[in-house]
Design a protein around this ligand. Structure first.
Ligand code: HEC
Length: 163
């Protein structure tokens, strides 16, 4: 390569870079023209719900103190969600996760709509059933394994499960 081809290359290369710079600036102005202000989130609870969802994953758990801190953060996040914004639909909650075990009686899970559920209700009362579903009992995982479900959603699912 001699000096001439070097400088020819440099000239062309700078031309290409300059072209891209102009294109970038043009695109920035075009974008601002199309969407002058960032869109408001249509549902303000989206952010809160997302935070609530990642809380148990994003937090560092260490020993009992860690677990307590996570529980506290979850409680705070749950409180921050306006109740009326959440869907409390027993059938939907049930279909989402509880069904996996309670449709087939996995690991001795009481069958939905069966005598087994009626017996448990008669024996323990709704409050205890809700408490146990929230905290877990034997092979029944806490909140069915979905920590983002609220107490109200769990109760709605249980009411749906009763015969
Ligand atoms: C991984 C399987 C599994 C999932 C998922 C699951 N359960 Fe259960 N559930 C069980 C088992 C097993 C039992 C029986 C526990 C026992 O009494 O030994 C049970 C028991 C229960 C009971 C009776 C508790 C009691 O005190 O007698 C309720 C109420 C209940 N589940 C509600 C739910 C709800 C609501 C969901 C969904 C949010 C759910 N379960 C998801 C396995 C599951």
């Amino acid at each position: 390569m001699d000096r001439k081809t070097d400088s020819a290359f440099l000239r062309q290369f700078s031309g290409v870079i300059a072209g891209f710079v102009v294109l970038t600036i043009a695109l920035i102005f075009l974008a601002r023209y199309i969407q002058p202000e960032p869109l408001e989130d249509a549902n303000p609870s989206h952010r809160i719900l997302a935070e609530q969802r990642v809380t148990p994953v994003g937090a560092v758990r260490y020993g009992e103190a860690g677990a307590a801190a996570v529980a506290e953060a979850q409680a705070a996040a749950a409180e921050a969600v306006p109740a009326e914004d959440l869907v409390v639909d027993g059938a939907a909650v049930y279909g989402g996760i509880c069904k996996t075990c309670h449709d087939a009686g996995v690991a001795g899970a009481p069958l939905t709509g069966s005598e087994q559920m009626a017996d448990r209700l008669a024996e323990k009362g709704l409050e205890t059933l809700v408490y146990n579903a929230i905290n877990g009992i034997n092979a029944m995982p806490a909140r069915g394994g979905n920590p983002t479900l609220t107490d109200e959603q769990i109760q709605a699912a249980i009411e749906y499960m009763l015969p």
